[in-house]
Design a protein around this ligand. Structure first.
Ligand code: G6P
Length: 367
């Protein structure tokens, strides 16, 4: 069947709008709502016996893996090492047989990720692949496949595949936490309820599109944009910057907000918008103080926060986008939406071909 854009101008917009549905479908695949428990794929190991998880991936899938590191470490107390696949495959990383290597890929065909998977397999590791294409090479080569149910993704810049990857990875981290005894049944029940709320939170996040479109006109004037975040919002800052540079060709950088003082603060002026991703979570106060450092140097801030955060931050910003309040554990899923819409509208306003950005390929099957 030929994919259609429906009522949308671009596949990217259609795919952004599909997220509540495909994320809901993906979550339903990994959750038994009647038992309020996570349903793991059949595993040839127990997370109880795992002492280190290695994750490798490329591009947006790598950023999904970076978010997952926080989840596996926090919820399952499982140490995670993660690297981009192009480094992982050549680093000669020592991998203990019987441990688990996890790979994340929309296409299941990315050359570096596939080579990393084969390397881990050769070292006697259990391989677990989170892939969107069930007939892909990675799905075939991996011992365990955890599918994302995003459906075909046409836009070169990944959107719905990313949030579906996050959904699967969070479910896996919860399941790992149960197996390792770091989460109680009550914890799991609570987390399942939090997961179940995600699609409607994403729908609510989509309602900020009009405001995002307005502020994108400011972003479109910039030559450089800085994205800041802490905790799971740090990988989201990286993903927001990647989306913007991929489709608008504006130079954008994502930084851990705490690293601001170690370099990027030197760049702050009124010409470089600073996009701060700050849900009201455990590190919110810290991010706010970084934001004050930006403001004190004349930086123009676009704050993306939630209702509680907006009430507490009370700062003079260029603009503040207010997302619905949600449990911080799922904030990356909700806050991905404004990050995607901002890149999308900036690029559309600049007249760029958002579905087919120059020099980029949907799937990088050669090195
Ligand atoms: C390319 C695409 C990205 C994608 C990356 C990894 O760079 O343009 O959108 O994130 O490859 O692709 P994969 O299929 O392995 O997720």
């Amino acid at each position: 069947a030929v994919a259609s854009k429906g009522n949308h101008r671009h596949f990217m917009a259609k795919e952004i709008y599909e997220q509540p549905e495909v994320v809901g479908r993906t979550i339903a695949h990994y959750v038994d709502f009647s038992r309020c428990a996570v349903r793991l794929p059949e595993l040839p190991f127990s997370f109880r016996d795992v002492s280190r998880l290695s994750i490798s991936a490329c591009g947006t899938a790598y950023y999904a893996g970076l978010v997952a590191r926080y989840w596996f470490e926090r919820l399952a107390r499982l140490p995670v090492e993660i690297d981009v696949a192009s480094e992982f495959r050549y680093r000669e990383v020592p991998l203990d047989p019987g441990q688990v290597a996890l790979f994340v890929s929309q296409s299941g065909e990315t050359a570096d990720t596939l080579a990393s998977l084969r390397y881990a397999k050769d070292q006697g590791q259990h391989t677990l692949a989170v892939v969107n294409v069930p007939t892909s090479t990675m799905a075939r080569d991996s011992a365990v496949v955890a599918p994302t149910l995003a459906g075909p993704e046409i836009g070169v810049a990944s959107t719905k595949a990313f949030t579906c990857q996050l959904s699967v990875l969070l479910a896996l981290a919860i399941g790992a936490g149960r197996q390792r005894g770091t989460l109680t049944e009550a914890d799991e029940r609570r987390l399942v309820e939090v997961l179940a709320a995600v699609p409607s939170l994403m729908t609510e996040a989509l309602r900020s599109e009009g405001e995002i479109e307005t502020v994108s006109r400011e972003i479109a004037k910039a030559k450089d944009v800085l994205y800041l975040g802490r905790g799971t919002s740090y990988p989201l800052a990286l993903e927001g910057a990647l989306k913007l540079k991929e489709i608008s060709y504006i130079h954008a950088e994502g930084y851990a907000a705490g690293e601001l003082k170690h370099g990027p603060i030197a760049l702050i002026d009124e010409a470089m918008p600073v996009i701060v991703i700050a849900p009201h979570d455990a590190v919110f106060e810290k991010t706010v103080s970084n934001m004050q450092e930006v403001a004190a140097r004349g930086g123009r801030i676009l704050l993306i926060t939630d209702r509680r955060g907006a009430a507490e931050a009370a700062m003079d910003t260029m603009s503040t986008l207010v997302m619905p309040d949600c449990d911080p554990v799922v904030a990356p899923l909700v806050f991905a939406v404004p990050a995607q819409l901002l890149a999308y509208h900036t690029a559309v306003f600049m007249g760029k071909d958002v579905d087919q950005p120059r020099n980029l390929a949907k799937s990088v099957t050669v090195e």
